[in-house]
Design a protein. Structure first.
Length: 149
């Protein structure tokens, strides 16, 4: 008796057509999943950039809160003098920035503005700006610091 002609013996395995259909379905599911992950990755990059910029701003804000008003407003070496700002990258921590760092727009730049050094209360505007890696818009965040004499 020939096993290939016996109706009681079932063929095991998949046909080529079944395998091709399964691969096509897996490909479509994978494509859909990857398209769902793209916005998540973009938001993760955006979140990382905001965290980095906020960290730089926090360092400057801590300096503004920890220094005395005399140290902030001194006419010769004051922290708030215009020639001390804007700062970028490592320069925020009083280190020399590299040329690469100065040219990289994704590294946050911090600017500090004071309308009147003799005012009471002293209002200080700290602006953090950077250009995202995924888009060309300039992102900016502002923080106000108010110090009284």
């Amino acid at each position: 008796m020939n096993p290939s002609h016996d109706p009681h013996i079932r063929q095991q395995g998949f046909t080529l057509l079944e395998v091709m259909i399964a691969m096509a379905l897996m490909g479509l599911v994978s494509l859909g999943a990857s398209l769902l992950l793209l916005p998540v990755l973009e938001e993760q990059n955006n979140s990382r950039e905001v965290t980095r910029a906020t960290g730089y701003a926090r360092a400057v804000l801590e300096e503004l809160y920890s220094r005395t008003l005399e140290d902030l407003t001194n006419d010769s070496t004051g922290y708030l003098l215009e020639e001390n700002w804007p700062k970028k990258g490592n320069q925020i921590f009083d280190e020399e920035p590299t040329l690469e760092e100065l040219a990289d727009l994704s590294i946050p730049t911090i600017d500090v503005e004071v309308s009147d050094l003799d005012a009471d209360p002293l209002e200080i505007l700290v602006t953090v700006s950077w250009q995202g890696r995924d888009y060309s818009d300039l992102t900016e965040q502002q923080f106000w610091v108010v110090r009284t004499r």
